[in-house]
Design a protein around this ligand. Sequence first.
Ligand code: NAD
Ligand code: DAU
Length: 368
Amino acid sequence: MTILVTGGAGFIGGNFVLDWIAGCDEPVVNLDKLTYAGNLQTLASLQGHPRHTFVQGDIGDRALVERLLAQHQPRAVINFAAESHVDRSIHGPGDFIETNIVGTYKLLEAVRGYWSGLPDGGIRAQGRAPTESQSPTKDSFRFLHVSTDEVYGSLAPTDPAFAETNRYEPNSPYSASKAASDHLVRAWHHTYGLPVLTTNCSNNYGPYHFPEKLIPLMIVNALAGKHLPVYGDGMQIRDWLYVKDHCSAIRRVLEAGRLGETYNVGGWNEKPNIEIVKTVCALLDELRPKADGSSYAGQISYVTDRPGHDRRYAIDARKIERELGWKPAETFESGIRKTVQWYLDNPEWVANVQSGAYREWVSKQYAP
Ligand code: NAD
Ligand code: DAU
């Protein structure tokens, strides 16, 4: 059996592919367009690996996706591919509409064609792991769509955390495009019976995170002696989850999630941005003290707020905990320490991202 992962050269998809290959014997076909956010250096340890096939391409290229599905006969497709950065969506929404909405639609259509040609596998209890037979059937196949908590909009300070039953109220071009993709996935299940699962996760952090996002940007800017730009008053709240815990949640939903259901994923770690930035500074003060003895916190600088900035996100993770028995392995304290240490231990990955050299880093095995 094989799985097809899209966006597997990005932050979460890359971590997912590395963990998957390390954790089981099942091959992965990894389809990624290699936008600015795709980084093959993240997958350097898999060069030449017999169970990892990398294909550079677009989820919106229906002929390519159809060919990959026919050739590899995956038992599941896991869709990480997306434009993911809110600030970029504000400055230029076009790519977000193209990949997150149109791309997801074309991917769904290619997958629907493949799935409808699979043999019937007899009736199985819903929620059973699709791993029993040696080739996929209509019953065992899964399409898992990876989405975000941002589709639910913004919470007031005393509002309860986002549950799966919350109304969709996306506020940025990014979250609106993800909300649209979630609706398409839902409709392909309701109308055509495609066996889908959707996860809506809170803010991830961890290794291989592109330094345009808050935590890695603060780490690399601090080390480079640059300003640490905090938007507005820095009191916006995000709910943080270590990326490996998001990956374990996706594996669990793939294994046992109920068809057509959505699962919110989070680690009950609400924190204001300024606290995150100060925590990163304190860890760097400890692990890589500055020569003059001053704190990295001295580099913090408050800057103009993000337009339409959502004030608070928080995930109610009780459904996935109760129904699927999933729990994160890391606390915020353990996860953020591992993350800062990872950036200190991987200066080459960081330097290549900062210089742009990672775009040219295509080994023989990965050459398109
Ligand atoms: P990322 O930007 O780091 O990676 C996205 C990957 O998708 C890149 O490798 C990129 O090259 C690829 N890609 C982009 N357009 C493509 C296309 N048209 N065809 C094929 N590949 C394409 O993003 P991420 O942070 O790893 O997020 C992955 C998924 O998880 C996204 O769907 C995102 O919405 C969702 N998500 C992210 C977070 C988070 O905190 N980062 C939280 C919840 C959900
Ligand atoms: O909630 C899940 C979402 O989390 C994902 O769906 C998105 O793909 C992911 O990018 C992330 O979105 P955010 O906008 O929350 O993440 P970002 O790291 O861009 O910003 C986190 C918070 O920090 C946000 O309130 C804006 C603020 N910020 C961000 C940057 C880059 C700053 O104050 N300064 C900065 O320089």
